[in-house]
Design a protein around this ligand. Sequence first.
Ligand code: ZN
Length: 188
Amino acid sequence: MILITVPHAACRNDQLETRRCDRRAHEAALALARAFATRGIAFRLHINTDVDRTVVDMNRANARGSTAWRQQLGVLMTRPDVSLVLDVHSFPRDSFGSGYDVVLLDDTRVETGRFLEDNIRFADRIGQVLGHNRVALLAGEGNDIQDEALARGLKATLVEFSEQTDDLSTIELEQCANAIALYSIVKQ
Ligand SMILES: [Zn+2]
């Protein structure tokens, strides 16, 4: 089973200057869910739509033991049929440098100097769809959902999608989701 998490989907009252949520992550997670469902791959969505990140950032270590959403996620991660955790985010224009429309973040790069093999292959698959110049694989840090999954011996990928539909169209987002789902079949 693929576990699809969206820690920053609490977008209510999101008209303030301060950025409070990932505005396209929920849409991206649903696209992934459709891509898995189409291929008969079992998945589970775990989406935080209640607590916005200015209150508690669900992707940080302090949320792990102190929030119901993360505690529920911890229980889901102990299920023996979970093979991969896909942590889904979105970013506003130019967050990771101009030109990138999909970014994979990899915390292990910071500690080991190497990217996870899964992330290298995910980036390649998505790059085949969008063009490799639009996809980046970068070192992350403090992404606690990925960290918890890896610590539990699971595979874990953090994927960020552009929120600019003129940069990353709805169809391209769907194509990225399909590329990830196809890759997941290969790995099963
Ligand atoms: Zn996020």
